[in-house]
Design a protein around this ligand. Structure first.
Ligand code: ATP
Ligand code: BTN
Length: 324
């Protein structure tokens, strides 16, 4: 694994938002000013906005609240903080069989963050949240679809409370505000049919992604900083999200999706709106009517008939945004 410790030491120093001279940073790291400059270029590649003023030194464009392991670990099941990682989902997946249910991994930067079906999740340093949680699902793989909808509901409710933003769910499990993507959820599974399922719940939440930079994101997106009434601490939000997910998933295991369906319908971004489902090469359009107790999306056709749709290959688009 590459050694990121020098870059992390610089960012920890600069996080206060003050100027720090190249000489002082060099002393902290035990390297030359030229070597500091090289590390600063690397930090820019991580998506960090740093500039230099002659005679004053380096400064971040805004102060940064870095994640701290002791603020995230409240219960007896660990939350691992790995500042730079390929993908928190991959990390948990590689270790799933050995972990306690509820074990979490969080990062400041993902070098290979992923979305559904091999898509990339843009994961710059320090301005968003990247979280994966391991869950042992005794009921087996069949219960996983409902679990992934429950995750979206729990996350939307937590974000609504903590940010005041009008966070909504998009089937099957993205979070939207003002028809723009605020967060993505990726649930990955392993296990044999009929046995305990190993579930990896991954979530990326945009907290304060700079709006003036080019991103590779090819659909409308937003951040808490742009839509929230208040900006929660990243550490506090992450800690309460992990706690709420652990409680909520235990509740899901006891009660099933029935305990969540009415909450879903209150939060559904597309309920009673015209949508198109993209199912492989096919599309079907109609009016979204919420979900049923299996977690299927209910779609009403022009004759007023309602059909349930379920399956990981389905993508939902609002009719004003069908681009795929
Ligand atoms: P669906 O889940 O309905 O199939 P989707 O287009 O949202 O559709 P996902 O696989 O869920 O696809 O998410 C990956 C997509 O999310 C990427 O293709 C990109 O458009 C977008 N994306 C990537 N990073 C971010 C981010 N940080 N914030 C918002 N959107 C992002
Ligand atoms: C999506 O909308 O497609 C889901 C995106 C999920 C992104 C999160 S970030 C933390 C975790 N690690 C990953 O590599 N992906 C998920």
């Amino acid at each position: 694994m590459l050694d990121h410790s020098k870059r992390l030491q610089i960012i920890t120093t600069l996080a206060d938002g003050q100027f720090h001279s190249g000489q002082k940073l060099g002393e902290i790291l035990g390297v030359s000013r030229a070597a500091v400059n090289k590390q600063i270029q690397g930090l820019k590649e991580w998506g960090i906005d740093i500039y230099r003023v002659q005679g004053k030194g380096y400064q971040l464009s805004r102060p940064m609240e870095l994640l701290e392991a002791h603020k995230l670990n409240c219960g007896s099941v660990p939350v691992e903080l790995i500042p730079v990682i390929d993908s928190t989902n991959q990390y948990i997946k590689d270790r799933a069989e050995t972990l306690q249910s509820g074990h979490a991994c969080v990062a400041e930067l993902q070098l290979a963050g992923r979305g559904r079906r091999g898509r990339a999740w843009y994961s710059p340093f320090g301005c968003n949240l990247y979280l994966s949680l391991y869950w042992r699902l005794e009921a087996g793989l069949a219960a996983a679809m409902g679990l992934s909808l429950a995750v979206g509901i729990i996350a939307a409710e937590t974000l609504r409370e903590q940010t005041g933003a009008d966070v909504r769910v998009k089937w099957p499990n993205d979070l939207y505000v003002n028809d723009k993507k605020l967060a993505g959820i990726l649930v990955e599974l392993s296990g044999q049919a009929g046995e305990t399922a190993h579930v990896i719940v991954g979530m990326g939440i945009n907290m304060a992604m700079p709006t003036d930079i080019d991103t590779p994101i090819d659909q409308p997106w937003t951040s808490v900083a742009d839509v929230g009434q208040n900006m929660p601490s990243r550490n506090e939000l992450l800690a309460s999200l992990i706690e709420r997910l652990r409680e909520g998933l235990a509740h899901y295991e006891r009660e099933g999706l029935a305990a969540f369906t009415s909450r879903w319908n209150l939060l559904d971004n597309y309920i009673d709106r015209r949508v198109t489902l993209i199912i492989g090469p096919n599309t079907v359009s109609g009016i979204a009517r919420g979900i049923n107790e299996q977690g299927a999306l209910l779609l009403e056709n022009e004759n007023g008939d309602i059909t349930p749709y379920i399956g990981g290959e389905i993508s939902l688009r609002g009719n004003d945004a069908v681009t795929d």
